[in-house]
Design a protein around this ligand. Structure first.
Ligand SMILES: Cc1ncc(COP(=O)(O)O)c(C=O)c1O
Length: 388
C-alpha cells in the first residue's frame, strides 16, 4: 500500500493504535458472544467488558453512575436521541453557528414542523462563542442549550464551563457535542455544569466506527423514543425505563466496546494531556510554516490555547476541493475539503459554497507529516497565485 500522510484525523483518527486493533480482534475471536443475555461464562465475561467500559467512560467525564453511560452508534445517533428525547412542542432551544449537522439537522426538522423555536448564537472573529450571548437568548420556554465542545472546522474549544453555569442557574438542560473532544480534552461534568455529553468512538477515543454514546447526569431524563430487546425483564411489555436500557435497544456493539476499552487503556498509558500536547506541538509547527507562505487564508484563532489540532485554510486561486485533489494526487496528503457538515460555520466565515481545506492532526502524526504538508502548500500557493 502506498504510504499517505494522513491529516484527516478530525474526520476519524487513523490509524488506530495497534493495541486497540489487537485487543478488538482477540476479544471478538475469543469472547464475541451476546453480552449480558445469558449466564454462561463467556456471556458474563463479555458483559463484564461492557460494564468495565461504561465505568471507564463514566470516570473520563467525572460522572457518578456507569449505568447512565449509554452506548449508541456514533455522535449523530447520540445527538438525535438527546434532541428528540428532550424537546417537546413549544420548547425553545439555543445552539450555535459552529454546530455540526448532527445537531443542526435534528433541530431543524423539529423547527420546520413548528414543534420548537430555535436561536443560533454566532462566534467571534477567533471562533469562540460568548457565553453572554447565550444568556441573552434565554427565554421562559428555553429547555435545552446544545453546543459543540470544539468546532470541527476551526478547532476552537468553547467555554463550556461558563455556559454550563448560566444554564444551571436557570435550570436549563445543557448538553455538549463532544465528538471532537472526548478522549483528548478534559471533560468534567460536575465542574463544568454539563448535564449530557454526546460522544463518538472513532475519533480521539481511538475506537472503531459504529460506536458512540451519551452520558446523562443523574436527575436529568431523556425520554425514550425507541423500544426493543434488552435481554432483561423480557415479560415486561414496555421498553425498560431505567438506564442504560432506557436509551439502548438491541445488542450492543461488542466489538466497538472492546475498541473503546482498549482505547482508554492506550490513552491512560500515553497520557491524555501528553497526546494533546504533542498534537498541539505539531499544530504549532504547521502554523509557523504556513506563516511564511503568501496567498493563503487561514480561519479562526492562531492561538494554541483552547484549541484542537485542526486548521482550515484556502489557497488563493484554488477551490478547496481542487486543493484537496492536488494534495492527494501530487503529494499523497489526505485532508478533508468542503463544508465539513458545518454549513453555518462556513456561512459565518464567508467560505460558502466551496468551504475550506481542513488539516486535522492526530495522535499518530509525526514532524515529517507536518513538514511535508508545509512544503506542499508552499509549492501550490505561489505557483497558482502568480499565474492569475
Ligand atoms: C463536532 C461534531 N459533531 C458530530 C459529529 C458526528 O460524528 P459521527 O459521524 O461519529 O456521528 C462530528 C463528526 O465529524 C463532529 O465533528
Amino acid at each position: 500500500m502506498e504510504k499517505i500522510v494522513y491529516l484527516d484525523n478530525t474526520a476519524t483518527v487513523y490509524p488506530k493504535p495497534k493495541e486497540v486493533i489487537d485487543f478488538m480482534c482477540q476479544f471478538y475471536r475469543e469472547k464475541g458472544v451476546n453480552p449480558g443475555r445469558s449466564g454462561y461464562d463467556l456471556c458474563v465475561e463479555a458483559g463484564e467488558l461492557v460494564f468495565e467500559t461504561r465505568e471507564m467512560l463514566t470516570k473520563l467525564f467525572n460522572g457518578a453512575d456507569p449505568n447512565r453511560l449509554v452506548f449508541t452508534y456514533n455522535a449523530s445517533d447520540s445527538l438525535n436521541i438527546i434532541i428528540n428525547g428532550i424537546l417537546e412542542p413549544g420548547d425553545h432551544v439555543i445552539t450555535s453557528n459552529l454546530e455540526h449537522n448532527s445537531v443542526l439537522r435534528p433541530i431543524h426538522h423539529l423547527y420546520s414542523e413548528g414543534i420548537v423555536e430555535v436561536d443560533y448564537v454566532p462566534f467571534d472573529n477567533e471562533g469562540y462563542i460568548d457565553p453572554d450571548d447565550i444568556r441573552k437568548k434565554m427565554k421562559k420556554n428555553t429547555k435545552l442549550v446544545i453546543i459543540s465542545h470544539a468546532s470541527n472546522v476551526i478547532g476552537t474549544v468553547q467555554p463550556v464551563g461558563e455556559i454550563g453555569k448560566i444554564c444551571r442557574e436557570r435550570s436549563v438542560i445543557f448538553a455538549i457535542d463532544a465528538a471532537q473532544t472526548a478522549g483528548i480534552i478534559p471533560i468534567d461534568i460536575e465542574a463544568m455544569n454539563i448535564d449530557i455529553v454526546a460522544f463518538t468512538g472513532h475519533k480521539s477515543l481511538l475506537g472503531p466506527t459504529g460506536i458512540g454514546g451519551i452520558y446523562v447526569r443523574d436527575g436529568v431524563e431523556i425520554a425514550q423514543t425507541r423500544a426493543g430487546g434488552t435481554g432483561v425483564r423480557s415479560a415486561y411489555p414496555f421498553h425498560l425505563p431505567e438506564y442504560p436500557y432506557r436509551l439502548e435497544v438491541g445488542t450492543v456493539n461488542l466489538l466497538g466496546v472492546a475498541g473503546l476499552n482498549a482505547g482508554q487503556k492506550y490513552i491512560a498509558k500515553r497520557g491524555l494531556n501528553n497526546i494533546h500536547k504533542e498534537e498541539m506541538r505539531l499544530l504549532d509547527l504547521f502554523q509557523q510554516g504556513l506563516s511564511e507562505i503568501d496567498h493563503i487564508t487561514t480561519y479562526g484563532t492562531k492561538s494554541l490555547q483552547n484549541r484542537m489540532p485542526v486548521l482550515s485554510l484556502n489557497i488563493e486561486g484554488y477551490k478547496a476541493f481542487d486543493t484537496g485533489i492536488l494534495l492527494d494526487g501530487d503529494y499523497d496528503i489526505a485532508v478533508r475539503t468542503g463544508l465539513h457538515c458545518a454549513p453555518k460555520a462556513h456561512e459565518q466565515l464567508g467560505t460558502v459554497p466551496e468551504g475550506s481545506v481542513r488539516f486535522g492532526i492526530g495522535p499518530m502524526n509525526t514532524e515529517y507529516d507536518i513538514l511535508h504538508a508545509i512544503e506542499a502548500v508552499k509549492e501550490l500557493a505561489p505557483t497558482r497565485a502568480t499565474c492569475k
